[in-house]
Design a protein around this ligand. Structure first.
Ligand code: ZN
Length: 127
């Protein structure tokens, strides 16, 4: 049985599949993500940017990142920073994971989010 949710911006009703277990806020979120009004599209683009930035964190620091792979607690913290930047509560942040390994999260022009892994070879400074 499918429930309906209303777009947060224009109020248009959308049928949401597999929605038996969903709460009202989840229905609204889902409807907004499927609506085609202009405001919903802007919101969808922002949601996609956030999602992509988080995928990038998995690429840079997740299980497949070899030497740079980090525990889940670090990854979720970086993703939390992405939320802060996406929500415009922070402009940019740099997390020093260990000497010579940093993660920089930046808001760029047109609200783009950039996630950078910075590696510096400290050996060259040690004699
Ligand atoms: Zn809408």
């Amino acid at each position: 049985m499918a429930k309906t949710g209303a777009c947060r911006f224009c109020g248009q009703q959308h049928m949401i599949e597999n929605s038996e277990e969903m709460t009202d806020p989840q229905l609204e979120e889902c409807a907004t993500l499927h609506c085609e009004c202009d405001e919903a599209k802007v919101y969808q683009e922002a949601a996609q940017r956030r999602e992509k930035a988080k995928q990038r964190v998995d690429e840079l620091f997740g299980e497949g990142a070899g030497n740079y792979s980090q525990p889940e607690a670090v990854i979720s913290t970086i993703k939390g920073v992405i939320d802060l930047v996406c929500d415009k509560r922070a402009k940019n942040m740099t997390i020093t994971i260990r000497t010579g390994l940093k993660c920089r999260i930046m808001q760029m022009a047109k609200d783009k989010i950039k996630v950078v892994r910075e590696v510096s070879d400290t050996n060259s400074f040690e004699q």
